[in-house]
Structures are given as C-alpha cells and as structure tokens.
Design a binder for this molecule. Structure first.
Ligand SMILES: [Cu+2]
Length: 383
C-alpha cells in the first residue's frame, strides 16, 4: 500500500513540476507580444533565421532537461533507501555506452547543420544594393554612403538634464541620436565597419548585425530589412568613458522615401560647399559661432569663456593672438592635451570659421578679427 502511494506521488510530482515551470516561463515570454527575457526576432530574413536557430537549440535543451531530470526525480523518490531500495550493480555496459555516445552525436549534428547554413548566409555580403561605411569615433558614429557623396555624423541626442537626473528620462533614453542612419527596405544593405580611434562595435539586435569596428580593418555585414521602422542599438565594445553614450539608430524607409532623403542630403552638402566660398560679415559669423560654441565647445570652455576642463577663452593668448595658432589648435587639436580634440573632420569650414570668429570677439576678446570659411579650407589644404 505504502509502495503504491509512493509511486503515485512520484508520478504526479513530475508533471506538476514541468507544468509549473512551463507556465512561469510562458508568462515571461509572452509579455506584450514581445518577450522581455528572450532575444528579439528582428526584422531581416537573417535575424529571423538566427532567432529560429536560437529557439531550436533552446527546445533541444528543454527536451534533454525534461528527460534527464524526470528520470532523476523518479529514481530519487521511488528507489530511495528508506523505501528499502537496493542499488543495481552494473559496470561496463557496452550497449549503454554506445547509446550515450551516439545519441549526443546525432543531436550535435542536428544542431550544427542549421547553424552552419545560417552562418554562411550571415557572411554573404555579395551583390549589395547599398554600401555604407560605418566609422566609430570616441564617441559617435560616422555614416558614409559609398558613391552617393553623402556622409554625416550621428551623435547622442538625449539631453544632459536627463542624464544628470535633473529631468524625467524620455522613452528612448540614451538610445536616440540627432541623425539616424537611413536605409531603404527590401534592399540588400552592406555595412563596412571600421574605426577612427579605438575598437568599437556596431550592434543592432533587430538586424542581427554586430560587427567590431577596428582601426585599420574593415569588417563587413549586411541586412535586408523587410519592415519599415526605427531600430535601435548601441556600441558593444568598451571604448572609453562615453562608451554608453554612442547609440545606433537605424531608420528603414520605403525606397522612394529613401531616394528623396538622399537627394535632400546631397542638396544640403552642395549648399554647404557653396557657402564655403562665400564671404560672411562679422555679425553673421558671430550669430552662427555662438551656436557652434554652445554645441561643441561650451561644455569644456564655459558659458562665459571662463574655462573648466579646457583653458579659458576669455583673454586666452591663443584666441587673442596669432590666428594661425588658433586655427591649428582647433583644426588639428592640442599636441599636449587630447581632451582638446581635432575638429578638422567634425566641424564644417563654415562652422569652424564661425566659432573661431566668435572666440576672437566674444567674452571681451574684441580683436575685431574675421575668419572666413575659405581661410579654414586653405589652412586644411596647407596653403
Ligand atoms: Cu564605442
């Protein structure tokens, strides 16, 4: 009688255990249609492949777990010593050893086959429709559309007040940028990933793309996004103090929208080029210079040019002295303190001219000097 009750408890406890595990995991997986625990399925054929692979492996593991633990719990309850069980004594069972070698081999091959086909697809960057060079910088990204003469920087746009807990955090806190990468849907977009300084990694989970950005190397990847939308990612390689502040935002749009955006971008670039040869008045440069200063220099040089991380601009021997030295430190950066970065690539000629003119005339520096965009261009070209 006792024996029968024991068996009954054992047989009932095992399904009850699995059922409760299944129910709790189901709840975790099903939140809002999109799991908060599981990896995202993504929006490209490759990402869906990767997700399928992940789920397949997952269920293999669940199956093995259920079988192994079921046998274990059953044996522990039914064949326990208190119940008078005697241990069976068998050694070197050839058939058992063959079974536990062959079965795992079959399972491993069944896993390796789909994994290899997915990997081959993942690495096939041939015959792309759009090619984009992605360059990591400390701490932002540069996107360059090959053969389109369109390139721009993409920086974090989360306001400082949110980062410093002086304002409530927005929906896309630390996952928003001023200029997202725009790509067309249903086109094979090839990413050529490299870096300008240290190792970064360009990662967008929804596209199943994660590539190291290494100075001097170009790593390739690709995506064919099937659903228009905004997809977010981050730099996935510890790259310095602002590693957590260089997110990636990809906007996938229908093709006609993409073509219009490209044309618009090209027009903007043309305009900037035309402005480079224009002569500005002191007032025009001061207005623009103030904006550039607030965006790019104020954090280190202070709202009143009083300095901080950077040296004071008010009364600075460089900002009130020889213009060539001023051009040199802003365009090429400081030779002694890397905090003062080179702005030759990140500020346009017009912006550089404006901020130099501003620094030479604001904060009581009243030199009356006007620096024109053409001066910047000439300096950059060594004239
Ligand atoms: Cu980085």
């Amino acid at each position: 009688m006792v024996n029968i009750i024991n068996r009954l408890i054992a047989w009932l406890s095992i399904p009850a255990l699995w059922l409760s595990l299944l129910l709790s995991s189901n709840q975790a997986l099903a939140e809002g249609g999109r799991s908060t625990l599981n990896m995202p399925e993504g929006v490209t054929p490759v990402s869906i492949d990767v997700y399928g692979l992940h789920m397949e492996m997952f269920w293999w593991c669940v199956g093995i777990g259920v079988v192994v633990f079921s046998v274990m719990f059953y044996s522990m309850i039914v064949h326990r010593k208190a119940n008078g069980a005697k241990a069976a004594n068998f050694h070197e069972s050839t058939s058992l050893e063959i079974v536990w070698t062959v079965v795992p081999i079959i399972i491993l091959v069944a896993m390796a086959w789909p994994a290899t086909t997915s990997l081959i697809k993942l690495y096939d960057t041939s015959e792309s429709d759009v090619d984009i060079v992605i360059t990591g910088y400390q701490w932002y990204w540069k996107y360059e559309y090959l053969d389109e003469e369109v390139s721009f920087f993409s920086r974090l746009s989360t306001p400082q007040e949110q980062i410093r807990n002086q304002a409530p955090k927005g929906e896309h806190y630390l996952l928003e940028v001023d200029e997202p990468l725009v790509i067309p849907v249903n086109k094979k977009v090839r990413f050529l990933v490299t870096s300008n300084d240290v190792i970064h990694a360009w990662w967008v989970p929804d596209l199943a793309v994660k590539r190291d950005a290494i100075p001097g190397y170009i790593n390739e990847s690709w995506a064919r996004v099937e659903r228009p939308g905004t997809y977010r990612g981050v730099c996935a390689e510890l790259c310095g103090k602002d590693h957590g502040f260089m997110p990636v935002v990809v906007k996938a749009v229908p093709e006609d929208e993409y073509t219009a955006w490209l044309a618009d971008r090209r027009e903007q670039a043309e305009k900037i080029k035309a402005l480079t040869s224009k002569t500005f008045t002191l007032d025009e440069l001061m207005v623009q210079g103030e904006q550039v200063y607030a965006k790019a220099c104020l954090a280190c040089h202070g709202a009143n040019g009083e300095g901080g991380v950077g040296k004071a601009i008010a009364g600075s021997p460089i900002a009130t002295g020889d213009i060539a030295a001023h051009l040199d430190i802003v365009i090429n950066g400081s030779k002694v303190n890397p905090a003062m970065a080179a702005y030759k690539e990140t500020l346009s000629e017009v912006d550089t001219a404006a901020v130099l003119t501003y620094q030479r005339n604001a904060f009581g520096n009243n030199t009356g000097d006007v620096v024109q965009p053409i001066d910047i261009l000439n300096f950059k070209q060594g004239k």
